[in-house]
Design a protein around this ligand. Structure first.
Ligand code: SF4
Ligand code: SF4
Length: 750
């Protein structure tokens, strides 16, 4: 920026913690052109004073030295297309966590002001994006979740295109007569309303339905997708703004459950096969057509079984309860028995379970089904171990119903993973034999018709990434409908195991996210976690070496590649995480307000005392998503920590470029901490891969440490959850002990 003004607040104990006499000199020496203090900078008078500096004095770089950047955001909200706002945290990082009036506290505050001015001097204001955004929502999948999504998006005024691969709408629920309770008091079955929903969607003037149609190719980005459909009338390409994928789930293959009698006796059927009988009203044994007098339900047929589906399918217990209720309503003479390991009825469905338990002729017993054998008179015998009926028990029955679990239809995750790995091995050109083997895999899988659903023309693969059980990858903790492809939202049982009422709610939620994404794209803003951010990275491609790190590491597939491997940036796919900035060895990816140079300037602004002063200096890169709020919370509880640590907030730990670590260490900084969100299968990283990448990049850091002949203990990576605030002071203090043991950085003074 051209003219930086430093605005220091002395309220909230800041003035008591740090004498302000020398502050103006510190700010001016750092490069600020103006300086003021105010006893309550967030008060209307304080804000007016800042606004006058902008309007009257031409200040375009505001260094607001006050509270955390997470506090008083409304008060300190200025036009970011005209001024840069740099928040320097003197309250949480100084006044609330350090003893007042001490030399170290003063040095900390002065360093933070210098760092803030250094950054404000280096950055620029972003230019907002302004492009034509199409508001059409494409819904892929015409089951319950997809129908709800289509209806909701159309209800908000968006044109909707609904694509279904089958020749009719309704999906899994279409074949049901009754459904589990969806409304209070949640104790009785309801008639299936899917036909009404199908009629409403098909007759809606804003919704175009394409049946027997698939998505053949999707190019582009949110607001500007080009979607090629392949249907009975041939191919057509549509301009689409956002996409909801609601491709549902399929029942687990009961042919793999021979230990439960499936395939051995025709009288062992699945939930779906019994449903067809309930719809016709004919409960006869398939083996000989005799009327069933007793029906045994086996819960967890495949689910929660490491040899089949390791997860709980969530809806099969409720589906069996519904079938028991229908049998007792329509066939009151038939006895039912439900054998379960645990009967899981999440949420309000517990009321339903209690109601079904009270029905006459209805038995529930806990136990493990050890086998299903032929019994007397053509009946079946269900052998049960560890039952409430006794250690070993058996039940004679006419029909056995296996409550089979669900397998997501989110694309063939295994195949996609294999395809992506093979393509990367080819690109890395590892060895002739490995490349040949990978090429064979790619040729084979690309031929495999039906593997892909969306057919995205993205460098990182044709479908949404999936988790280990092939449900769609989503930041499930905070953003259930989000996927790793911006503008594409997941709904229903392809996202997570769920029952029909949850799937319908999911369709609603995903449609709202799709519409929200379009609104934000139209304003040139990022969707969360940096919702509202208008900055986009700049790629100085004339210096690009085509190393492909950025295109491989971008967690959101925002970057395609040309044939040489040069990144092709798609701004509306970008979440502004900065992981590409962290990945680039040439340091040519930078945001206007977050750049390699800006952070390097902050590092340089830290005054490093001489070795004989025995005041080590440590830089802590804190992820702004969980670590920084956790630190604010520790400070709010007035927990104190070592004063020799200087905090630099980053968008994500994956946005830390290793050059900052090298710069810091060669400049005499004694140690580096990186604190971010948890990684792994149950990751909490808001950008999915950021913490993982930060750990992987530590091997590059080790090379730097070796080159500088420095100890590896000088760099540590930590992960913590948002609520683990009490760990922050401990991590800081323990690390300082380590640094004292290792001794001062020998590069001090160079
Ligand atoms: S900022 Fe993040 S989402 Fe955007 S291109 Fe870079 S790595 Fe991808
Ligand atoms: S990481 Fe940097 S050098 Fe490598 S391909 Fe991306 S922009 Fe080019």
């Amino acid at each position: 920026m051209n003219k930086e003004g430093v605005f220091v607040c002395t309220g909230c104990e800041i003035g008591a913690a740090v004498p302000m006499e020398d502050f103006e000199e510190v700010a001016t020496e750092a490069g600020a052109s103006s300086y003021m203090t105010h006893e309550h900078l967030c008060s209307p008078e304080g804000v007016v004073a800042i606004q006058s500096a902008i309007d009257d004095d031409g200040v375009d770089g505001l260094v607001i030295a006050a509270c955390s950047h997470r506090a008083k955001t409304d008060e300190f909200s200025f036009d970011t297309t005209k001024v840069h706002v740099e928040r320097v945290c003197l309250r949480e990082q100084v006044a609330w966590c350090q003893p007042h009036g001490e030399e170290d506290t003063q040095m900390l505050a002065e360093d933070l002001v210098r760092m803030g001015v250094a950054r404000a001097t280096t950055v620029s204001t972003p230019v907002p994006l302004s492009e034509d955004i199409d508001r059409t929502v494409l819904v892929v999948g015409g089951g319950l979740a997809g129908l709800e999504a289509a209806q909701v998006a159309a209800g908000m005024g968006n044109p909707v295109v609904l694509v279904e691969s089958a020749d009719k709408l309704g999906g899994y629920v279409a074949g049901m007569k009754d459904i589990v309770p969806e409304t209070p008091p949640y104790d009785a079955i309801h008639a299936n309303r899917i036909d009404e929903l199908i009629t409403a969607v098909e007759s809606h003037p804003g919704i175009t339905v394409h049946k027997s149609t698939r998505t053949k190719r999707i190019d582009g980005q949110p607001g500007q997708f080009d979607v090629e459909l392949d249907g009975p009338a041939g191919s057509e390409t549509l301009r689409i703004g956002a996409i909801v994928q609601a491709t549902g789930a399929v029942p687990y293959d009961a042919g793999k459950l021979t230990h439960l009698g499936y395939g051995k006796s025709p009288d062992v059927v699945t939930t779906q096969e019994l449903e067809k009988m309930l719809v016709t009203g004919e409960l006869h044994c398939p083996s000989d057509g005799r009327a069933a007098q007793r029906i045994v339900f086996v819960q967890c047929a495949g689910s929660r079984d490491p040899d089949h589906l390791p997860y709980c399918s969530s809806e099969c217990c409720a589906a069996s309860l519904k079938q028991v209720a229908v049998i007792h309503r329509d066939h009151p003479d038939i006895e039912t028995a439900v054998v379960y390991r645990d009967l899981r009825t999440p949420g309000q469905l517990e009321h339903f379970y209690l109601g079904v338990q009270e029905m006459p002729n209805s038995l529930f017993t806990r136990g493990e089904v050890a086998g299903v054998e032929s019994g007397q008179g053509g009946r079946l015998t269900v052998q049960i171990n560890e039952s409430l009926l006794g250690d070993e028990a058996s039940l004679e029955t006419d029909l056995v119903v296996l409550a089979t679990g669900m397998v997501p239809n989110a694309a063939d995750g295994e195949a996609i993973r294999e395809l992506t790995d093979a393509r990367m091995r080819i690109e890395r050109n590892e060895s002739e034999s490995q490349v040949k083997a990978a090429q064979e895999i790619v040729t084979d899988l690309e031929k495999h018709d039906g593997t892909q659903i969306l057919n995205l023309s993205y460098r990182q693969g044709p479908d949404l990434p999936v988790l280990r059980y092939q449900f769609n990858d989503s930041h499930y903790i905070c953003f259930p409908y989000e996927t790793r492809r911006t503008g594409i939202y997941a709904a229903g049982s392809m996202r997570a195991p769920m029952d029909p009422s949850q799937a319908a709610e999911d369709g609603l939620g995903a449609a709202m996210k799709a519409v929200q994404c379009l609104e934000m794209a139209a304003r040139g803003e990022a969707v969360h976690p940096r919702a509202g951010d208008i900055s986009v990275p700049d790629f100085a491609l004339q210096r690009c070496t085509q190393c492909k790190r950025c295109t491989e590491e971008c967690p959101f597939g925002a970057l395609n590649e040309d044939e040489k491997g040069t990144p092709e940036y798609n701004q509306f796919r970008c979440r502004r995480c900065g992981i590409c900035l962290g990945s680039c060895p040439e340091r040519i990816i930078n945001f206007p307000d977050f750049s390699v140079g800006a952070v390097a300037g902050m590092i340089k602004a830290i005054e490093v005392p001489d070795e004989d002063e025995e005041k080590p200096r440590v830089i802590a890169f804190l992820c702004e998503n969980d670590a920084l709020p956790a630190m604010d919370e520790a400070a709010a509880k007035k927990i104190q920590w070592n004063p020799w640590i200087r905090i630099i907030p980053v968008r994500c730990l994956g946005a830390v470029n290793t050059v900052w670590i090298a710069d810091s260490l060669s400049g005499g900084i004694d140690g580096i901490l990186l604190i971010g969100c948890k990684r792994g299968d149950d990751y909490q990283c808001h950008y999915i891969k950021g913490s993982e990448l930060a750990n992987t990049r530590m091997s590059n850091v080790q090379e730097t440490l070796d080159r500088l002949t420095l100890e590896s203990a000088r760099v540590q990576v930590h992960e913590l959850a948002r609520n683990e605030f009490e760990r922050i002071p401990k991590i800081f203090n323990d690390f300082m002990e380590t640094i004292e043991e290792v001794g001062p950085n020998p590069y001090k003074g160079f």
